[in-house]
Ligand binder design. Structure first.
Ligand code: ATP
Length: 231
């Protein structure tokens, strides 16, 4: 997530409990099953009858319909335009994905999330009115490259292009030192948010807490400073 997505996420209704998902490929199915598991009501649609039956048989959705989403009338009849949020999970069929996004926006759905499979696809989706575009293959590729080049960074949350919160393995040279002795703020410009112990995190660790090799710590700061850590 970045600041440009903030407006979209803030505009989502907190009391919304229903979602429509168009396209039951691997991505669409994962969105459906997660929403379903979290207790939300999901209406899924696909042009392929077999995928619709599979979704119902696997119980990843409460409701599923076969329809061609490039036909605006079919979407209207299925009640898709009544949803507050619709996810268009058609990555590999660009024309269908673009027409569907256009249909859903023209149908008056306030929050439309669409999956892109390339940069051009991403641009086109935005042009036809998608409110939020995800590009999972690109995002996963970036995350993998980062993990491979900095294996000590276990997890990362980019606040903006320059600042992040990262979970890192405690560097060997920090072993046995207390939080106060480390002087992370003075030496690295970083703030320590949490330290792991016995599989749990201690938030705002006390200055006299000692860090141990192999445990994890969470820091916030600018990327340049994070890169100076001896990890
Ligand atoms: P993958 O499954 O490879 O991760 P994906 O999740 O983006 O990719 P796609 O291969 O793009 O999935 O397929 C998404 C689904 O969209 C398919 O099940 C396909 O049948 C469905 N679909 C394609 N065209 C239409 C359409 N016009 N109306 C409704 N569903 C469609």
């Amino acid at each position: 997530m970045n600041l440009s997505s903030l407006g979209f996420f803030r505009s989502l209704r907190k009391d919304n409990h229903q979602f429509a998902v168009i396209g039951l490929g691997r991505f669409g199915r994962s969105v459906c099953s997660t929403l379903n598991r979290l207790g939300y009501e999901v209406l899924a649609t696909d042009i392929d009858e077999k995928r619709v039956s599979e979704a119902l048989n696997d119980e990843i959705v409460g409701h599923a319909l076969q329809l061609d989403s490039t036909e605006s009338g079919a979407l209207k009849e299925a009640g898709i335009f009544e949803f507050d949020t619709v996810i268009i999970a058609i990555g590999n069929y660009i024309q269908e994905s673009i027409i569907t996004t256009l249909n859903v926006k023209e149908g008056g759905v306030p929050h439309v999330v669409a999956k892109a499979s390339s940069e051009v696809h991403q641009k086109l989706l935005k042009r036809v009115g998608a409110d939020h575009v995800v590009f999972p293959e690109y995002e996963a590729g970036c995350a993998l490259a980062r993990t491979l080049t900095k294996p000590s960074i276990l997890d990362r949350f980019d606040l903006d292009p320059d600042n992040s919160i990262v979970e890192v393995i405690v560097p060997d040279e920090f072993h046995g030192k207390t939080v106060a002795e480390l002087q992370l703020r003075n030496r690295y410009g970083l703030n320590l948010l949490a330290v792991s112990q016995d599989g749990k995190f201690k938030i705002n660790p006390e200055p006299n807490r000692r860090l141990e090799r192999g445990s994890a710590m969470v820091v916030i700061g600018c990327n340049k400073d994070i890169n100076r850590l001896p990890i």
